[in-house]
Write a protein that binds this ligand. Structure first.
Ligand code: SAH
Length: 352
């Protein structure tokens, strides 16, 4: 697919022949094009992520990984990142780990050729993977996923006056629009939602849960841990969280597929359940503010400011952005899935 217009034409052709397509198929095609075609991050881009806000984020994750590895019995591990963006988190984490004398082989799971190039510039000796299947099987895996699961395809279901239906995407002279599917979909929706009022929306990402389950299985067999940081909810009942971002503003999900970043809130309760099925210990979820606070972000911010007094204001602003309740502190959460033979991970209990 060369251009966004071609992607739209292809989606319209598909809808004209097959009928309306699931929201998940629309999201997969739109995000596939979006990430493959450009670098979405930073002040000039569509959105900004924690590692792009401050080096402190990646450094603390590097220290988290080095600490867990040091307290395990493993001589060597692989460091894996899912959807590493510009490679900033990995570069900051590797610097922090190297300072602790730890240099794991880095693996990047990335589908976008544009972002792979940027990652290559930051972490030249990494190994790239299209999916998790080809990750090595010889050593424990310490896997980091920041804002990865929110970008995977989500299915939506809507309660209509005649029962639950999958939410589909149709197309007419006014463009793309959501429409309820025709087949009953009660069996796809948790039982406690069956009697929800008309208009209620239920979301789930089987693709994300399958990845979590598979990685939990790897960790159980090989050792290691998966750290997921993302925005989302626990005890999700129902609600539409699918959103489109363009130039740091909300856009219409169903307009201009491939031009906006489409994401939905991560269901941390479902993620934890998937990990348990895979056979690992679950730690958290806790808020990003608690996680980074427990790992010592305040001390790191103070040290950075001492070394760079001219940047004191900027460092304080980044600290607030990452941890304040009304910024990324509360909506973002951290959860870890750890091999049951490994020690407890840092960041999930009050420090003693
Ligand atoms: N972790 C980064 C980037 C988050 S954006 C950060 O915090 O800045 C989402 C990332 O996931 C991008 O790198 C995108 O290209 C990648 N991605 C999206 N869908 C993917 C998929 N199905 N498989 C692998 N990578 C994917």
């Amino acid at each position: 697919m060369e251009t966004q217009a071609e992607l739209a034409a292809e989606l319209i052709r598909r809808i004209e022949t097959e009928g309306p397509i699931p929201v998940a198929s629309y999201m997969e095609a739109a995000n596939g094009f979006y990430y493959a075609s450009h670098d979405p991050f930073g002040r000039q881009g569509d959105f900004i992520t924690s590692p792009e806000i401050s080096q402190m984020f990646g450094e603390l994750i590097g220290i988290w990984a080095a600490d867990l590895w040091a307290r395990s019995a493993a001589d060597a591990v692989h460091y894996v990142e899912l959807g590493p963006g510009r490679g900033t988190l990995a570069a900051d984490a590797m610097r922090a780990m190297a300072a602790q004398g730890r240099k794991p082989q880095v693996h990047m799971v990335e589908t976008s050729p544009v972002l792979r190039k940027l990652q290559q510039a930051r972490v030249p000796d990494a190994i790239w993977h299209e999916g998790i299947e080809t990750l090595p099987t010889d050593l424990p895996l310490i896997i980091i996923a920041n804002e990865f699961f929110d970008a995977l395809p989500y299915h939506q279901y809507i309660k209509t006056y005649t029962g639950w239906r999958e939410r589909m995407v149709g197309h007419d002279q006014d463009g793309f629009a959501p429409v309820p599917g025709t087949a009953p979909a009660e069996h796809m929706v948790p039982e406690h939602l069956h009697d929800a009022i008309a208009g209620s929306i239920y979301e789930t990402s089987p693709a994300g849960l399958a990845i979590a389950r598979a990685l939990a299985g790897r960790i159980k067999r090989q050792g290691g841990a998966l750290l997921v940081i993302d925005y989302g909810h626990e005890d999700y009942a129902a609600g539409d969280t699918l959103q489109a971002l363009n130039a740091h503003a909300y856009a219409d999900v169903f307009s201009n597929p491939g031009a906006n970043d489409l994401t939905a809130h991560v269901d941390f309760t479902a993620l934890a359940r998937a990990g348990k099925v895979g056979g690992v210990r679950i730690e958290g979820p806790v808020s990003q503010s608690f996680f980074l606070g427990t790992l010592g972000i305040a001390a790191r911010a103070a040290a950075l400011s001492r070394h760079h007094p001219e940047r004191t204001e900027e460092i304080a602003a980044a600290h607030r952005r990452l941890t304040d309740e009304e910024e990324m502190g509360t909506l973002f959460r951290a959860i870890a899935m750890v091999d049951s033979h490994w020690p407890r991970a840092a960041g999930f209990q009050v420090a003693v």
